[in-house]
Structures are given as structure tokens and as C-alpha cells.
Design a binder for this molecule. Structure first.
Ligand code: G3I
Length: 334
């Protein structure tokens, strides 16, 4: 949910959300930049509102996220010494995670700590706190939020090398005797390039670690990818606008609607096959008009990555996804 939706300023969105979703996650408002803007100042208003909203509508909240290299507050980005970063890290996790313990269902404790080759991403946390910062984050979260599920979340971790890095990271957390309850595969893919075999292999390998597997930020771009065939959610990888790479400004042609519907059908068939291992599927946005993919990796385009169109109407892909549901297997009770 975006800010306008959390503030209940968008009645059409609200009608759809309460009708179609049983789990919500905030797109931005629980990120450090917004919830912890200054050293000694926290801004819990919107997060509190989301928690109340979810309670009112009988939904669970996955809180996103505690530790991420991106969207950090300015005061953290300016930090030079390790002690200050450590103090921020401890205070942030303790304060934010404990406030919402018992109120949110789960946290993305650490987001996007890995490079594509499975090594640790260079970040202020890696540089100042060292290799163990992920284990430390989970240890702190476990203490601050004993009643909350704790997850690692990343994109492209269905890919073999990055997956191996994620598995090593999860095993390291487990070997330290620290709790990790699940892994979120973000699922920012392209309609022409959904890596089905890698996804299936990932479900098997991650669930073999004894943890939940989730698809946490699902969307399928339909627009030409200026970066060739790579799927990536690395927000530093942008490209310039030109009309050729924005072909569907008025509407999505029927052939593309069908292509999207087929890709989603295949995915959800796979999800149903592993229904006992997959605990949640979350879309990154409510409808096409609100998707981050209208602005990334090229600004100002018209993308159609979700199940609901700009008028909040179900697209052909929505009906196809519903058709995949086999009796009794797709309903999750949290
Ligand atoms: O709210 C400000 C507004 O006040 C300002 O005028 C405007 C000018 O740029 O920016 C607004 O903030 C933007 C914010 O979204 C809210 O719309 C930021 O610039 C923009 O960078 C931010 O983008 C978000 C992005 O994360 C930032 O990293 C996207 O909405 C959000 O969908 C995206 O989500 C990430 C996940 O958290 C992690 N996985 C990848 C995923 C996609 O990048």
C-alpha cells in the first residue's frame, strides 16, 4: 500500500483492497528514511495508521523493512565512524521492532544484502559493521520482537548464484542460533522472462532450510527492457526515456493482455503446486497506475504489471489466476 492508500484518501483503492487482499505491506512508510528521519526522532503516524487499518479489516501486516542500504535517513548516510552506525543500527531495530511486536505479523528484517554473484553487497552496514551485520540484525529483532515472524527479503535470489549466497546467509543465521522464519523472493520479473525453473528450484532449496518461502513484491513488466533480458530491482540502474520503449500509452493490446495472463497462470500453478511451502504472495502495488514500474528503470512510461487496471478493474490475468485455484488449496489462514 502506498501513502495515499494508508491515509484512506483513495476510496476506489480502499474498496478493492478490502475486497481482495488479506495481507498488506507498506511500499515506503516503514522504511528508515520515513519512520526514523533524525537521530532522536521517529515518525510512527503512518505505520500506526496502517496497523489500525489492517486490524479493522482483519488483515495481517508484513512490515517492510528494518535494515536496507537504500532509503536511509540523511543523518545515517553522513555517518563516518563505525560506533555511530552501530548505535543507529541497535537503536533503530530496538525501537521500531519492539513498538510493532504483536501488532504486525512479520518483518523484512534485512532487505537486499546480496550482490548478483551471491557475495555481500557493499553498503554502509557491511563497511562499518562487518560481515556479521545480517546475523546481528536478526539477533536484535528476535529480542525486540519475539512474537513477530522474521524474514530475509531480496530480488533475483531465485537465480543460482545469488540463491547460493542467500542460502549461505540463512544457514549462517541459523548456525548462530538466531531465529529466521522465512525468505522473501521479491519477484520483479518481465513477462517474457519469468525464470520458472529457477523459481521452482528455489522453492525447494529454501524450504529445505526449514523456513517459509514467500513471493513478496510480485509484478511482471510488459514494457521493452532497455537493459536487455536482465531482471533487476536495483534502483540505481535507470535509463533515459524514448517513445519506442513506451509502446502502450493508451491501452495494453489484447495479445499482450493474454501474454500477461498466461505468465501469471503459469506462476500461480507453480505456487499452488508448492502451496504447503509458500506462505504468502504479495503484489508490489494495488493497480497498474500505482506501480513503481511506471517510473523504473525508465521514467514516465505506462506499464501494466499487476492484476488490476488503472480503473481498479480486474484484468484478464486476474480471472486466469483465479481459475488456477484448486479446491481447498489456496486459502491461507494466518
Ligand atoms: O515522497 C517523496 C515526495 O515527497 C517527493 O516529492 C518525490 C520526488 O522524487 O519523491 C517521493 O519519494 C519517492 C517514494 O518512492 C514515494 O513515492 C522516492 O523519490 C522514490 O525513490 C521512492 O521509490 C520507491 C523505491 O522503493 C525506493 O527505493 C518505490 O516507491 C518503491 O516501490 C520501491 O520499492 C522497492 C522495495 O522497497 C524493495 N525492493 C525493490 C522495490 C522496487 O524498487
Amino acid at each position: 500500500m502506498n501513502t495515499a492508500q494508508i491515509e484512506e484518501k483513495d476510496p476506489k483503492a480502499e474498496a478493492l483492497i478490502t475486497q481482495q487482499f488479506n495481507a498488506v505491506t507498506p511500499e515506503n512508510i516503514m522504511k528508515a528514511e520515513i519512520i526514523h528521519p533524525q537521530w532522536d526522532k521517529y515518525n510512527f503516524d503512518l505505520a500506526d495508521k496502517l496497523v489500525d487499518y489492517a486490524k479493522k479489516h482483519n488483515m495481517i501486516v508484513n512490515a517492510h523493512n528494518l535494515i536496507w542500504h537504500s532509503q536511509l535517513p540523511v543523518f545515517v548516510r553522513r555517518m563516518k565512524d563505525a560506533d555511530s552506525v552501530r548505535q543507529y543500527f541497535v537503536n533503530h531495530i530496538n525501537t521500531v521492532a519492539s513498538r510493532y511486536d504483536g501488532k504486525v505479523y512479520s518483518w523484512d528484517v534485512v532487505n537486499e544484502a546480496l550482490n548478483e554473484d551471491g557475495t555481500m553487497r557493499k553498503s554502509i552496514f557491511l563497511e562499518k559493521l562487518g560481515d556479521d551485520f545480517v546475523v546481528d540484525a536478526f539477533r536484535l529483532a528476535q529480542k525486540a520482537a519475539p512474537h513477530t515472524k522474521l524474514y530475509y527479503n531480496d530480488y533475483n535470489i531465485e537465480q543460482p548464484k545469488k540463491r547460493a549466497g542467500a542460502i549461505a546467509l540463512i544457514k549462517k543465521i541459523q548456525a548462530a542460533g538466531v531465529r529466521i522464519d522465512g525468505v522473501g523472493i521479491q519477484g520483479h520479473w518481465h513477462v517474457d522472462n519469468v525464470p520458472m525453473e529457477d523459481i521452482e528450484q528455489s522453492i525447494k532449496e529454501f524450504s529445505a532450510l526449514g523456513i517459509e518461502v514467500m513471493f513478496t513484491e510480485l509484478d511482471l513488466s510488459v514494457l521493452p527492457n532497455p537493459r536487455g533480458r536482465s531482471n533487476s530491482a536495483d534502483i540505481s540502474q535507470t535509463a533515459n526515456y524514448n517513445a519506442q520503449i513506451n509502446p502502450y500509452t493508451k491501452e495494453l493490446p489484447d495479445s499482450m493482455q493474454q501474454k500477461l495472463a498466461t505468465a501469471y497462470t503459469d506462476l500461480f500453478k507453480l505456487f499452488l503446486k508448492y502451496n504447503d511451502k509458500i506462505s504468502r504472495v504479495t503484489f508490489w502495488g494495488v493497480n497498474d497506475g500505482q506501480s513503481w514500474l511506471n517510473g523504473f528503470p525508465v521514467p514516465g512510461r505506462t506499464n501494466y504489471p499487476l492484476l488490476f487496471d488503472r480503473e481498479f478493474k480486474p484484468k484478464p490475468a486476474f480471472y486466469k489466476v483465479i481459475e488456477t485455484k484448486t479446491k481447498g488449496s489456496a486459502n491461507k489462514t494466518f
